[in-house]
Design a protein around this ligand. Structure first.
Ligand code: UD1
Ligand code: UDP
Length: 411
């Protein structure tokens, strides 16, 4: 008997991170029958990605409403996904990440007695309002999951600390790294994209995105003012800011930044165009989870526009820095990287600590073994291991103390 899988996606990052997993299941069509549910939590922003990865959903639930509230969205997803589960009768329901789609779909699967597998499990900020509501969504999915696909060892450790049995956790690497690998070398032209309007001059490109609910209003305003300060101070930069479709984000960004010289506000970019911008930019300022995980593949320093992150690896590797949302901190940290070559080089070395491009294979193999009731779900030596940490470069101030003292004439 084939193993019947439902994969649920609803937002842009879920499509980008699950497309490769769905593809792996399809490659093993002797063992698996897979149906894709698109809740429709996002419409335009997700349809871009579905086209690129040639995913045709089997169920399109069309739940998005302009400026939707969390409660109404949750209720619509819960109701419609439960119906789809009852019709398809899956052996397992796969959800990804921390969105309302992931949480409400896991609950719907649980109500219909289908086991849940959680991709990107175990990330924790330990602050239920940062990110809001994603931290709680992710924890609630853990409570309902049969298998936890933790991207990294630290995510696994978070789950173990909460009492999840170790034989239910597999460390996979984040599947977004598989997605980037699948795209291969890009030499994508910006003609006929929203970036065509950006002059091709010698300016360095600063890529900015922000959309988190906890930053709406005052924080978002401060961030916009900081961007204005930066272009004023550095005549050789251009800020490129693809603005999220959420009307709460758009209002502030457009009111404060529209028409500012060398700040380019664009519509959300299709994924290939976005990745090619990530490749060509100098620096990234973002509150996005996915972009924090992608930027290290291209060795682009990331200033994280948040108070905390549930993705600590890049900052532990020195490739990202959590700087919050004050105007002063954003200007000071970006200014440092734009002006100090050593500081910049220190943040742009090392391998991506989030994944090695084989996450989706590990996930599908573990589901196959689970279906055949084999243990362990994956041999430990096949799990994802962190690459070596980049070594800090030696500076004059790093010379051993005895040498430094001698040089200073004190020994
Ligand atoms: C959601 C996720 C967030 C994720 C983000 C990725 C939740 C609670 N939040 O936030 O974790 O980081 O997606 O982008 O699940 N809209 C459109 N067209 C689109 C998409 C959105 O018009 O294609 C507008 C609509 O007015 C919609 C609003 O944006 O009501 C908000 O969308 P929603 O999915 O509720 O929240 P996001 O802020 O996108
Ligand atoms: N992304 C994109 N176009 C854009 C901005 C982002 O394709 O204009 C991609 C980005 O590469 C990443 C994902 O969308 O893979 C992140 O989505 P978002 O920041 O909306 O959500 P988060 O990752 O914070 O949940």
């Amino acid at each position: 008997m084939k193993c019947r899988i439902i994969a649920v996606l609803g937002t842009r990052p879920e499509a980008i991170k699950l497309a490769v997993v769905i593809d792996q299941f399809r490659r093993r069509s002797q063992e698996f029958e897979i149906a894709v549910i698109h809740t429709g939590q996002h419409r335009t922003m997700l349809d871009h990605a579905l086209q690129l990865f040639q995913i045709k959903p089997d169920f399109d639930l069309d739940v998005m409403r302009p400026n939707q509230t969390l409660s109404s969205l949750t209720a619509r997803v819960l109701d419609t996904v439960e119906n789809a589960c009852l019709r398809f009768r899956p052996d397992m329901v796969l959800v990804q990440g921390d969105t309302t789609t992931a949480f409400a779909s896991a609950l719907a699967a649980y109500y219909s007695k289908a086991p849940v597998a959680h991709v990107e499990a175990g990330l924790r900020s330990r602050d239920i309002y940062n990110p809001f509501p994603e931290e709680v969504n992710r924890r609630l999915v853990s409570a309902m999951s049969e298998i936890h696909f933790a991207p990294t060892a630290s995510a696994r450790d978070n789950l173990l600390a909460e009492g999840v049995p170790s034989d239910r956790i597999v460390v996979t690497g984040n599947t977004v790294v598989d997605t980037l690998r699948a795209l291969g070398e890009l030499s994508h032209s910006w003609e006929n994209t929203p970036l065509a309007a950006v002059p091709a001059d010698a300016c360095r490109l600063v890529l900015v995105t922000s959309h988190r609910r906890e930053s709406w209003g005052a924080d978002q305003e401060r961030m916009c003012l900081a961007l204005k300060d930066l272009v004023k101070k550095h005549s050789d930069i251009r800020v490129i800011y693809p603005v999220h479709m959420n009307p709460n984000v758009r209002q502030t960004v457009e009111a404060l930044l529209h028409g500012t010289e060398r700040i380019h506000l664009t519509e959300p970019l299709d994924y290939i165009t976005f990745v090619s911008l990530l490749q060509r930019c100098f620096l990234v300022l973002t509150d996005s989870g996915g972009i924090q995980e992608e930027a290290p593949t291209f060795r682009k320093p990331v200033l994280v526009l948040r108070k905390v992150t549930e993705r600590p690896e890049a900052s532990q590797f020195g490739m990202a820095k959590i700087i919050g949302m004050t105007r002063e901190a954003i200007v000071a940290e970006a200014d440092r990287l734009l002006s100090d070559g050593d500081a910049y080089i220190d943040m742009s070395q090392g391998d991506n600590p989030y994944g090695d491009g084989h996450g989706s294979e590990r996930i599908v193999e573990a589901v196959a073994r689970w279906h055949r009731k084999l243990t362990p779900l994956l041999e430990p030596d096949k799990e994802f291991k962190l690459p070596p940490r980049p070594q800090p470069r030696r500076r004059r101030t790093d010379v051993p103390t005895s040498v430094a003292k001698a040089a200073a004439g004190r020994e």
